[in-house]
Design a protein around this ligand. Structure first.
Ligand SMILES: *[C@@H]1O[C@H](CO)[C@@H](O)[C@H](O)[C@H]1NC(C)=O
Ligand SMILES: *[C@@H]1O[C@H](CO)[C@@H](O)[C@H](O)[C@H]1NC(C)=O
Length: 217
């Protein structure tokens, strides 16, 4: 069974609060229903941008990770995987139909520990301030730059997720959207293997010549 998320999001945005719309973020599905219960999926689907606090977890199992990605699972979202490289600038879009002032960040989260593996890629002390006449443009359209992670980090699908985390402080509401990604191995982007080095070509090279060749500007 396939959830018709797009249709639901259009009809229910009037009662909504916020979510990431680009890149494609995790959506509820059958694996979330198994972990968090059918009422949780129903609540998440009835308003795709409502806060964690509005998700009905009365039928949740211990496998439900509500505070990771609003309960949405990697298993339901394998077809939404992005591939990122270190230094890549990733434009992101959010909708904030009902803003609630508070902090926001986008961070790379290790899904096994629900902990950030690097400092936030972007953070706002004050985001979605409903007291402003108009929200700053960067509340709904911003970009993040993928950092260089240590080798192998986030290389496996499902290991990491890019989490948008916004708290409406006075509203006491928490919002999360997750963009799943893998880091492309650094080697894939590297130049082709260099030609054999002078020290290989010349079995017993005169050292000064090797240095001059290797470091010539
Ligand atoms: C992102 O913001 C949330 C909400 O304020 C906060 O709990 C979390 O620690 C922040 N993440 C990082 C990596 O600073
Ligand atoms: C967002 O835009 C506002 C107003 O232009 C600016 O003051 C603020 O520094 C920006 N925040 C971030 C995190 O880019």
């Amino acid at each position: 069974m396939r959830y018709s998320f797009a249709t639901l999001s259009i009809v229910s945005l009037a009662a909504a609060h916020g979510m990431i719309t680009s890149p494609a973020a995790r959506q509820p599905g059958p694996a979330m229903a198994a972990a968090c219960g059918a009422p949780a999926v129903a609540a998440a689907m009835s308003d795709p941008t409502n806060p964690l606090e509005d998700i009905d977890v009365s039928a949740a199992t211990p496998q439900c990770k509500l505070d990771l990605c609003r309960g949405a699972t990697f298993a339901d979202n394998k077809d939404r995987m992005q591939t990122f490289t270190a230094g890549q600038v990733i434009p992101m879009k959010a909708v904030l139909p009902i803003p609630h002032e508070g902090p926001m960040n986008v961070s790379i989260i290790d899904t096994a520990t629900n902990k950030a593996v690097a400092p936030p890629l972007i953070s706002f002390k004050s985001y979605a301030d409903e007291n402003l006449a108009t929200l700053p443009a960067n509340n709904t359209a911003f970009s993040v730059t993928m950092p260089a992670l240590k080798a192998g980090m986030c290389a496996q699908a499902g290991q990491c997720t890019m989490q948008w985390f916004w708290v409406g402080t006075k509203a006491m509401q928490t919002y999360e959207s997750c963009v799943d990604f893998v880091m492309a191995p650094a080697a894939a982007a590297a130049a082709p293997a260099p030609a054999a080095s002078p020290s290989v070509i010349f079995a017993a090279p005169p050292a000064p010549i090797v240095v001059a060749r290797g470091f010539r500007a």
